[in-house]
Design a protein around this ligand. Sequence first.
Ligand code: G
Ligand code: G
Ligand code: MN
Length: 516
Amino acid sequence: MTRYQHFLLAFLLGISILALGLGGIYLHARSNLEDLVSEKANIANALLQNTIDEAHTAVNRAIPLLDATCTPATATELKHIAVLSPNIRTVNLVKDQYIYCSSLIDHALTKNANTHIIVATRLFLTTHNYFNPNERILFLGEKVGEKYVIASIDVQYIKKTLKTIGQKVPLTITLNNQQSMTYTTYYPETKDGTLIALNSRDHEFVISSRISQKMYLDYMLSHLYIAMFLCSVLAVIIGVNGYRQFKRPRSLQEELRRGVEEKEFLPYLQPIVNAQGRICGAEILMRWRHPSQGFIMPDLFIPLAEDTGLINLMTTQVLSSVKSYLLQNHQYLPDGFHLAINISPGQCNNLLFYQDCVSFISAFPEGKVKLVAELTEREFIQDSGNAALLFEKLHHLGVQIALDDFGTGHSSLAYINQFNFDIIKIDKSFTHLIGSVDMPSHIVDNVVDLANRLNIDVVAEGVENTTQEAYLKQHKIQFFQGYLYDKPLPPAIFIEKMKQQSDLQTRLPADKPIEE
Ligand code: G
Ligand code: G
Ligand code: MN
């Protein structure tokens, strides 16, 4: 998976946590707000019930007065009843749909438009000129025979109470006759949203409230903002951690694959010099520029790259990268520049490397670059048939084959002959013996002489000092590689060296060609 996919996955994880968290908080807000509204409806219900009970008491006390006519004494009695009931404004006697006696007036009333009233239900709302034409008044009426006692309830009181209790919650009182009054100070009345309804004990009214989405959200923002903030922080933490986890390799193998996808395997170039000390070639040595581990040496990843077959892709990438470097700077390279690349035994079983060589060689003018495939002698080639076929094709293409690490492995003369090697590279362990205190000279001599006697080009590896160089020169070795000349270099620096050498050459007479 690429970095972008890791990021996307981690982002989705974070978003899911956020959605889950906010969803939970929303449900919590819903249940909290619904509980709160139910509680307010209960309080409103109890208060209204109390007030209506008071009206009942007042009305019951006035019922005996229905028997008498409306005298000043009757009116005074009505006034007493009204005044003694805390939330009752007036108590009135009604006959034939007209108020004929009232706690407001000391004498009997006449039938006219102002005293006309229809008592349809026990509890009803109406505006009335006689009491207050500007406001709907809540009445409780009790029928006795053909007459009624009606008490008007202090609506201002009910309003204030509901406003105080309800605050931002709209509460609606609906009478059994469908008349209703809504009290809210903040939210407009809505038709949709969650309905919370509470039937009063004796079913004369219902207290209800509708909770809209906006109310839920506002409640969340004003009461649960800390939880929302923590949830967002948690989502970010989980997302970031997830990204780190996703990015972390499951195994070295996956990490290797990722590295190949991200083109993290780079070619370094170690100069190969001739007897005159001039750079005549280079060996490509792979380095892994890991994003977090820094540079990793090939010993640590090549074996796994071989096992997984990723070495094929890595070789392709590295060779193509070197190709573009050398193409851009071909003017600084001597003709017949020797470019060596290591291949693993496993790469001898297919023709992928052959394809790489074709694409490499075809990019340069003929004779400019001489490609060399280095095959280590440490490991045996399993399928010699396939390898022989590959080597034949490579030879045909003009690619040379070098036997790397010569002297360390199990190669016999027969092996060397079978594969028709063009070059031998004496292993650095032999070079290092040269000049050492107890140098077993016969071993070194043997290896060097054997290489020489095969009558093919020999490169000495691991040359670190002039003693070694002098000894090797004495033994007719003509190509050298080692820290004495340079360590493996990044291509740009290698090119810089080639540039310096080429500048020098234009000023000095040309070298004598090397005799073979
Ligand atoms: O520089 P040095 O430590 O780079 O190389 C260690 C070993 O890794 C070398 O001896 C060589 O065999 C191996 N190696 C380096 N680069 C490559 C490569 O591109 N392909 C293969 N197959 N082996 C390599
Ligand atoms: O492919 P081969 O195994 O030959 O790779 C050469 C290895 O030797 C690489 O790891 C390279 O870094 C290392 N090397 C190159 N020059 C010297 C040297 O002068 N001394 C030592 N000790 N190692 C060297
Ligand atoms: Mn090598």
